[in-house]
Each structure stands twice: as structure tokens, then as C-alpha cells.
Design a protein around this ligand. Structure first.
Ligand code: C2E
Ligand code: MG
Ligand code: MG
Length: 650
């Protein structure tokens, strides 16, 4: 309560913002006030001069000057000085606030003295004290003072005027003093002035408080729009904005930083610990690149715009510091760098390129820095081409299906085909999946390709049947993302139904790596596939870290043993033992083994001897287009397993 009263009377300390607000408002008011004073007093001078000449009082000029002109001139000059100062202050040309305060106070005293003088004069002539009232209005009400100052000033001036008037009346009329009515009028005038001052002050103060809150809010909004909430360092909005402001990026590098293994840390210790670590990493990045432009890009990625000079040394220092952050999990810094070419201005593209360079370092434990060079530029261009042209390629039939035979080891006849995608591009020529699969996965467009492959396979399967060519099951490769990005099972059902392809003629291959850290949802979807009548195959078994876990978690119809196992077949005696054990293991688990990558008769004989009943590899045929498969079957180069010739079914 006491605090409220103190605030209302202006006895408290105002914040710098509120003081500034009052000062600026007073500067604006003083412009109007001075303008009015200048006009009024100029008019008074003209009027007085006119009277002087009309009445022929030129001889009394010195008297008139000391009594009237001097007052008008003082007021005009004061008003002019205040007007000039206020205009300069409001246009930002003058900053000194104490001078302004001094000027305002001086004006206050000059106005009030003038008001008192003229009003005493008027009163002595039996007129009213209107000039005093006007001056009080200008100086105390138009300019907002703290109520306590208004109180002192208006009380002192009212009292002074009242006492002088009282004396004057007593001397002139011999009466005791001014009449009772004048006393009451004085009191009412004083009270009104006080109320106006208090109300003015408090209105303006509450407006200032509101504005201050708005400014604070705006500042915090602005801050949060450029600061990363978690790490407290700048975000990419700020990074792009500031980088764009730099006219000369000569000798600068855009860096994209990635912390490899961060995911494992998160998995091991949970998100909270992960966040703490990110904060530490952000700090380390900022410290290492002090003075450079640093921002959190996303997740565990950071963007830096720094001098090329000393950059690799700084990256090495940072890599060391990050490595030391947590000893239990090997955190490795990866850094891609991009040097903008002349005429290039797009910051996002620069960051994308640095990121691309960084991504090429994934799982490369020997390197942590890579500059985006010509070689990378070509693959980056190709990658962008793939992303931007996949729809077009599908529409124009550039996505082709190649078929590679799967062989029964007992009779070396074809018991199936694997459908493998090729992109027959008019500009780049024939692109292999190694080029486009991972890119399409990265940009989450792989399902488009796989849906197209389903369509191609079903279409060509029906065509073969219509042409009287014996058909065998076809296996399709699905990406784990297909299950996320579309309802691939429903699409497969739809297409097989549309083309009349029996479901047991379609096998779905899913790679072991896709299943490694997938949740139950994917296994549920694979069960749905199996229940619908398709076979589900585990592709590239043994190529990852969690092969056995995958076998434990799901029953596959076929396990495709990765061709890596055949490496060193002739030289490494352990290879055969491992292959034999893997074949046995799949059989024990009720899954049929298939070995990929058979290239020699020796490999064929061995795989046959250990009972691997299905084989695939260049020895039997490379992936070729449908027409060539047809030719080979017709020419007897590919012999179809008798079970498919007789009843056309498995
Ligand atoms: P994958 O499913 O393991 O396919 C086998 C790959 O090994 C094929 O490569 C095939 O040409 C190659 N290969 C087969 N026999 C031999 C051999 O004896 N020696 C050697 N050195 N290689 C052999 P390709 O066609 O380049 O496919 C690469 C990978 O791309 C495939 O591996 C598969 O994971 C993926 N892929 C291919 N087509 C598609 C598709 O339509 N959709 C999806 N999602 N992935 C696909
Ligand atoms: Mg495959
Ligand atoms: Mg494979």
C-alpha cells in the first residue's frame, strides 16, 4: 500500500526505461508548448508595438521594454532553445539528457515567473490572473513532472502569487487582503493543478510500464527466435541472417559439425543426459571458435562460419575436447567444410554442402575433416538430381527392373529372381542402386521407387505369363522406411490383386541393418506380410552387428547370407567353417538359407556340399532386364526349375 502511494506521488525510483519514456514524452510536449509560446509572444510583441505606435508612446520605449518586451523576448528565446533541443533530441542528434532536464526546469521557472508577474500586473488593474493559469498549464500540466515536484512548484508559485496579491490589495485598498471568494478560487485552482499533475503522471507511468513490458517481451521473443532453447547458443535463423550480412566471405569456411555416436550415448543414458552433453558440446564449439559465427544446426549438428586460416587446427582441438567429454562412449567429431565460390550467396546451400562433405565421413574412423571439393561437388549434384528427379524418372519409365536368377543348388535351375532397381537416365546413363538408394532413403522418398518396382514386377510377371513363359517367384527389396512412409503392404496387396499375381510368387527382402534397431512395429508389419501370404526374407545376413538378435526376434522364410562371407573363400580356412555354421543355424531355426555372391564353381560346389539349397551370384547370371531374361529362358540358357514348369506354382 505504502509502496503504491509512494509510486503515485512519484517518490519511488523509476526504471531507466520509464525515465527515458517520461523524458521523451516531455520532449514531445515541449515542442508543442514552445511552439505555442513563440506564436503567442510574437503576437504580444506585435500587439504591443501596434499599441505603442497608435498611442504615440515611442518615448516610453525603455519603460515598455523593461516591463513588457523583455519578458516576451525572454520567453520567446527560452521557447526557441527548448524547441531546438527537443527536435534535436527526438531526431537522435543530441543525447545529453541532463541539459534537457535543466532546460525544462529553467522554462518552468521562467514561465511561472512570467505568469506571476503579468497576473499581478493584471490583478492590480482589476483583471484576472489568466496568464498565471495559462503558464501553469503549460509548464506544470503539459510537461509531466513527478507529483512531488509539481506539488512543490505549484504550491510555492500559488502561495507566492497569493501573498503578493494579498499585500497588493492591502496596500491599494486598505482592505485586509483578497476577498474570501478569491481565496476559495485560489484553493480550487491549486487543487485542480495538483489533481491534473498526479493524474497525468500516473497515466503516463502506467503507459510506460505497459510499454516496458511489451519491449521486454519483444526482446525475449526476439532472443528466443535467434537462440537455441536447449544449448543457449544461436540458432540457424541467426546464423543465416548474420552470414548474409557479411559482404566478403573470402578466406572463410562454412563448417558442418556432427558428433558421431551421439545416438548411442542417448540410448545408453537417456535424453536428459544427452541434453546435458549437447550443452557441453555447444559450449566447446563456441569456445573453440570464439569470434566466429556459431549456431546449432539441429540435433547434434552445429554450423560454424570461420576463418580458413587455422581452421583445421581448431577442428582438431575440438575433436580432442569432445573425445574427452565422455570416456565411456567414443564420441567422434566429424566436420565437413565448404568454401563459397565467387558470386554464390545462398547460405543454406553452403551449409548443405558442408553437411554433405561431413556425411561422407560417416563411419570413417581415420578422418574427421573433409573439404567439399570437385569430387564431392559431382556427387552432390548427382544427389540433388536424384532427389529432384525421382518423380519424373518414375513417370517417364526411367526406373527399370533388372532380374537376377536365384538357383536351386541341387539342380542349378532357376527357382526365383531378385528384382533389382536401375535408373536408366537420359543424362547420366544407367545408375546403380548404390548411387540412388541411400539418397532416396536420406530424403525419405525411397517408397516411391519401391512402389514403382512393385508395379513393374507385377506388370512384367503378368506379361510373362501371357507370353507363355514359365514364371517363378520374384523377390523385391523393401526399405525399412517403406513401412513408415506409406502403407506398403496395402499397396502390394492392391497391385498383386490388380495384375492377378499370386501372393506366394512375391517375396519381400528386408536387410538386416534395417531391422537392427527397429521397434516391434516393423516386426508386426512383417508378420502382416507373412500372414497375407508373402514370404519374408532376411537380406544381407551377417553384414551388421546384431545379426543373431534379428534371427531371434523374427521367423524369416529365407535367410540370405551376405556375400561378404565369401570373401577370402580360397585363402581363409575359417570362411568355410563360418558358412557351414550359418547354413546349419538357419536350418535349425526353420529358415531356408540362400547364399549371395557365388562367382566360382568352387564356391558352388562347397555351398552345395554343406546343403545350402538356394544360391545367387554372377556365376548363374547378372541382373538383366526382363526382355533378356525372357531370351535366356527361351534359349535354354536359364533353366526353370521343373516344379514351376509343371504346375506354375511353388
Ligand atoms: P541386395 O539386395 O543385397 O542385392 C544384391 C546385390 O548384389 C545386387 O547389387 C547384385 O547385383 C549384387 N550381386 C549379385 N550377385 C553378385 C555377385 O556374384 N558378385 C557381386 N560382386 N555382386 C553380386 P545391386 O543391384 O547393385 O543392388 C545393390 C543393393 O541395392 C541391393 O542389395 C539392395 O539392397 C538395394 N536395392 C536394389 N534394388 C532395390 C529396390 O528396388 N529397392 C530397394 N529398397 N533396394 C534396392
Ligand atoms: Mg536383396
Ligand atoms: Mg543382399
Amino acid at each position: 500500500m505504502l509502496k503504491r502511494i509512494r509510486e503515485a506521488l512519484g517518490l519511488n525510483n523509476n526504471s531507466p526505461f520509464i525515465s527515458e519514456y517520461f523524458f521523451n514524452a516531455n520532449m514531445r510536449s515541449s515542442i508543442y508548448m514552445s511552439a505555442i509560446i513563440i506564436v503567442l509572444e510574437a503576437w504580444m510583441i506585435i500587439r504591443m508595438t501596434h499599441v505603442m505606435f497608435r498611442e504615440g508612446l515611442q518615448d516610453s520605449f525603455s519603460f515598455l521594454f523593461s516591463k513588457y518586451y523583455s519578458n516576451y523576448i525572454i520567453l520567446i528565446v527560452t521557447a526557441f532553445i527548448v524547441l531546438t533541443y527537443a527536435s534535436l533530441h527526438l531526431t537522435g542528434k543530441i543525447k545529453a539528457r541532463n541539459t534537457g532536464r535543466f532546460l525544462l526546469l529553467s522554462t518552468l521557472f521562467i514561465c511561472l515567473s512570467f505568469g506571476i508577474n503579468v497576473s499581478l500586473n493584471d490583478y492590480s488593474k482589476g483583471e484576472q490572473i489568466l496568464v498565471f493559469v495559462t503558464m501553469v498549464l503549460y509548464a506544470v500540466c503539459l510537461i509531466t513532472w513527478r507529483p512531488v515536484i509539481s506539488f512543490i512548484v505549484s504550491t510555492a508559485s500559488c502561495l507566492y502569487l497569493y501573498v503578493r496579491m494579498n499585500e497588493m490589495v492591502a496596500v491599494n485598498t486598505g482592505e485586509v487582503g483578497v476577498t474570501e471568494a478569491t481565496k476559495i478560487n485560489f484553493f480550487i485552482l491549486w487543487i485542480s493543478i495538483m489533481l491534473i499533475c498526479i493524474s497525468n503522471y500516473n497515466n503516463m507511468r502506467s503507459q510506460a510500464i505497459k510499454d516496458e513490458k511489451l519491449v521486454v517481451m519483444n526482446r525475449s521473443l526476439e532472443r528466443s527466435s535467434v537462440v537455441d532453447e536447449l544449448t543457449g547458443i544461436h540458432n540457424m535463423v541467426y546464423f543465416r541472417r548474420e552470414a548474409e550480412k557479411l559482404a566478403d566471405l573470402d578466406g572463410k569456411l562454412f563448417l558442418f559439425l556432427d558428433i558421431e555416436n551421439f545416438k548411442s550415448f542417448n540410448e545408453k543414458y537417456g535424453f536428459h543426459e544427452g541434453n546435458q552433453l549437447l550443452i557441453e558440446v555447444a559450449k566447446a564449439v563456441e569456445d573453440t571458435f570464439a569470434g566466429a559465427l556459431v549456431a546449432r544446426y539441429s540435433d547434434d549438428h552445429f554450423a560454424v562460419l570461420t576463418d580458413e586460416n587455422g581452421c583445421t587446427e581448431a577442428v582438431d582441438r575440438l575433436a580432442k575436447r569432445i573425445d574427452e567429454l565422455r570416456r565411456d562412449i567414443h564420441l567422434q567429431l566429424k566436420c565437413g567444410a565448404y568454401r563459397q565460390k565467387d558470386g554464390e550467396t545462398d547460405i543454406s546451400v553452403a551449409c548443405d554442402r558442408a553437411r554433405f562433405a561431413c556425411n561422407t565421413l560417416k563411419k570413417r574412423y581415420d578422418r574427421c575433416f573433409r573439404l567439399y571439393d570437385k569430387g564431392l561437388e559431382d556427387s552432390f549434384t548427382l544427389r540433388n538430381y536424384i532427389v529432384n528427379n525421382i518423380d519424373n524418372a518414375i513417370e517417364n519409365g526411367y526406373i527399370k527392373t533388372y532380374y537376377q536368377p536365384l538357383i536351386s543348388s541341387d539342380n542349378t535351375c532357376v527357382c526365383g529372381f531378385e528384382a533389382l532397381a536401375r535408373w536408366d537416365d537420359p543424362y547420366y546413363g544407367l545408375l546403380s542402386p548404390a548411387v540412388f538408394i541411400s539418397t532416396l532413403e536420406d530424403c525419405r522418398q525411397i517408397h516411391k521407387l519401391d512402389l514403382c518396382m512393385i508395379d513393374n514386377v507385377c506388370r512384367e510377371f503378368t506379361k510373362a505369363r501371357e507370353e507363355g513363359i514359365p514364371v517363378v517367384p520374384i523377390s523385391l527389396n523393401f526399405s525399412r522406411l517403406d513401412f513408415e512412409l506409406c502403407d506398403i503392404v496395402a499397396s502390394l496387396d492392391e497391385k498383386t490383386k490388380e495384375f492377378g499375381v499370386p501372393r506366394d510368387f512375391i517375396d519381400v527382402e528386408i536387410t538386416e541393418s534395417a531391422l537392427a534397431d527397429s521397434g516391434d512395429v516393423l516386426f508386426d508389419l512383417l508378420s502382416r506380410l507373412r500372414k497375407s501370404g508373402y514370404s519374408v526374407w532376411l537380406d544381407d545376413f551377417g553384414s551388421g552387428y546384431s545379426s543373431l538378435n534379428v534371427l531371434k526376434d523374427f521367423s524369416f522364410d529365407v535367410v540370405k547370407i551376405d556375400m561378404q562371407f565369401l570373401k577370402g573363400f580360397g585363402s581363409n580356412s575359417k570362411t568355410k567353417t563360418i558358412l557351414e555354421s550359418v547354413v546349419k543355424l538357419s536350418e535349425l531355426l526353420g529358415m531356408s538359407p540362400l547364399t549371395e555372391g557365388i562367382e566360382t564353381d568352387e564356391q558352388l560346389d562347397f555351398m552345395r556340399s554343406i546343403g545350402c539349397n538356394k544360391l545367387q551370384g554372377y556365376l548363374f547370371g547378372k541382373p538383366v532386364p526382363y526382355d533378356m531374361v525372357k531370351e535366356s529362358i527361351r534359349a535354354g540358357k536359364l533353366r526353370i526349375s521343373p516344379e514351376y514348369i509343371n504346375n506354375q506354382r511353388r
